[in-house]
Every structure is written in structure tokens, then in C-alpha cells.
Design a protein around this ligand. Structure first.
Ligand code: HEM
Ligand code: HEM
Length: 191
């Protein structure tokens, strides 16, 4: 943690806190790239589509392992899924609370699990489509497509949530996912 001058106000006292280690950042942007490739660029019926899908699945698998053994803010214990906490957080936000969360905020945490589950679902249904038993089965193709639609809808909400929380808390969250540090305005509560 280091004390620096706030770049906007020029005041001393804003804190730069290391939150996302390099592996979390690498996994995040690689995963986003794999989804973009498979959603918009690869041919659905190609081997490339399958491999890109497996890489996405592997990235989520690696991130889940990292959530057990990685640094503090990357761990499951830092962003447990809890509807009660998400509701509490939403109420606090509506009251104008500006608390900064070093890991994911409780609503963001629910979104993280949802995004991971959607990618796992895509990987599993994708693999099943390549097996003799399920090859050409209509409902499975529809499930794969449905999961993709759900993922894109979720990503749109995710990016809107990131923009909203950046505005609410005054911490540039995208910068944090790039450089690894959250710049916390002076006098803000941190959780
Ligand atoms: C397909 C696209 C995307 C997927 C699947 C995705 C998924 C995720 C996941 C799973 C996390 C949790 C990270 C972790 O703890 O390992 C996360 C966090 C984050 N993502 Fe994305 N993301 C996508 C696109 C984006 C884009 C386009 C942006 C920027 C505008 C973005 C900004 C962020 C930020 C800032 C966080 C950290 C939020 C926080 O501070 O709590 N993501 N994303
Ligand atoms: C992140 C992971 C993945 C994403 C985002 C993704 C996305 C998509 C999308 C958008 C389609 C077109 C759906 C349609 O309009 O019909 C599709 C089709 C398909 N995907 Fe994936 N996919 C992923 C993983 C996989 C994996 C791992 C496999 C196989 C190992 C796979 C196999 C297929 C196949 C065979 C089709 C064609 C289905 C058909 O004939 O309608 N996908 N996928």
C-alpha cells in the first residue's frame, strides 16, 4: 500500500492498493478474448472453435484453483456468494454509500460465479456435441446457443456494473484489472 497524490485533485492521501495479481489479470483478459473469438470470429463447426472453447474452460478451471491457493483478494473467501450480502450492498448503494471493496463487491461476486458457470456450461455442452452419443442432438445445440445468449447478456450487465461501481466508488475498476491496483480516494471506507 502506498500513499500518492490524487491525480485529479492533486491532493496527497489517495492510496494505491495492490488487489489483482498478474494471474487473475491474465486469466480475465484471455477469457474475454476467447469468448470474443468463439462468439464472433471462429467458425462454429471448426476444430479451432472447439480448442478456443477448451482454452476458455481451462482458464476458468485454473482461476478456480487459484481461488483456493492464490493471494487474499483472489480467494473465494474474499467474495463468497451471498444473496443477503448482495441485497445489503444494493441498499447501501441506494443510500449513497461509497465504500470501496478491495475484492469484488457482493453483487459483482454473484456475477463472477454466473459468468464462470456459463463458460463451464458452454464447455460441457460443446464437448457433449462432439461425442457419438450426443452428436446432432437438437436440444443440446439449443442449450449451447442458449448458454451463449445468457453469457453475452451477462457480460453486458457485467460491464455496466463495472461502469456503475466505478462511478459510485470513484475507483477506476478497469484500470485496476489492467495494472492490478485500486486507487482509493482519500477518506473512503474500505472493505
Ligand atoms: C467476455 C467478456 C468478459 C468476461 C467473460 C468477463 C468475466 C469476468 C470475470 C469472471 C471476472 C472476475 C475476475 C476474477 O476474480 O478472476 C471479471 C472481473 C472484472 N471484469 Fe470482466 N469479463 C469480460 C469483459 C470485461 C470487459 C470488456 C471489461 C471492461 C470494460 C471488464 C472489466 C472487469 C473488471 C473491472 C473486473 C473486476 C471488477 C471488480 O473490481 O470487482 N470485463 N470479469
Ligand atoms: C467459451 C466457450 C464457447 C463459446 C462462447 C461458444 C459459442 C458458440 C456459438 C455462439 C455457437 C453458434 C450457435 C448457433 O447460433 O447455432 C456455437 C456452436 C457450436 N459450438 Fe460452441 N462455444 C464454446 C465452446 C465450445 C466447445 C468447447 C465446443 C466443442 C468442444 C463447441 C462446439 C460447438 C459446436 C459443435 C457448435 C455447432 C452447433 C450446431 O451445429 O448448431 N463449442 N458455439
Amino acid at each position: 500500500m502506498s500513499v500518492i497524490a490524487d491525480p485529479v485533485s492533486g491532493r496527497e492521501g489517495a492510496r494505491d492498493v495492490a488487489v489483482w495479481d498478474p494471474l487473475v489479470r491474465l486469466i480475465h483478459w484471455s477469457l474475454a478474448l476467447m469468448i470474443l473469438l468463439n462468439g464472433a470470429i471462429t467458425d462454429d463447426e471448426s476444430k479451432l472453435h472447439e480448442w478456443v472453447g477448451y482454452v476458455a474452460l481451462g482458464l476458468v478451471g485454473l482461476r478456480i484453483v487459484w481461488a483456493f491457493i492464490g493471494p487474499r483478494h483472489a480467494r473465494f473467501s474474499a467474495f463468497r456468494p451471498s444473496i443477503a450480502r448482495a441485497v445489503q450492498y444494493t441498499r447501501a448503494v441506494m443510500r449513497g454509500d461509497r465504500t470501496v471493496h478491495l475484492s469484488h463487491n457482493p453483487l459483482g461476486a454473484l456475477m463472477v460465479y454466473n459468468l464462470w458457470l456459463a463458460v463451464i456450461g458452454l464447455g460441457v455442452t460443446g464437448y457433449m456435441m462432439t461425442t457419438l452419443r450426443f452428436f446432432g442432438v437438437g436440444w443440446l445445440e439449443e442449450m449451447h446457443e442458449g448458454l451463449f445468449v445468457w453469457l453475452i447478456f451477462s457480460v453486458a450487465l457485467h460491464v455496466a456494473g463495472v461502469a456503475f461501481d466505478t462511478w459510485r466508488s470513484g475507483v477506476n475498476l478497469v484500470r485496476a484489472m489492467v495494472v492490478g491496483r485500486k486507487r482509493i480516494p482519500q477518506g473512503t471506507d474500505v472493505e
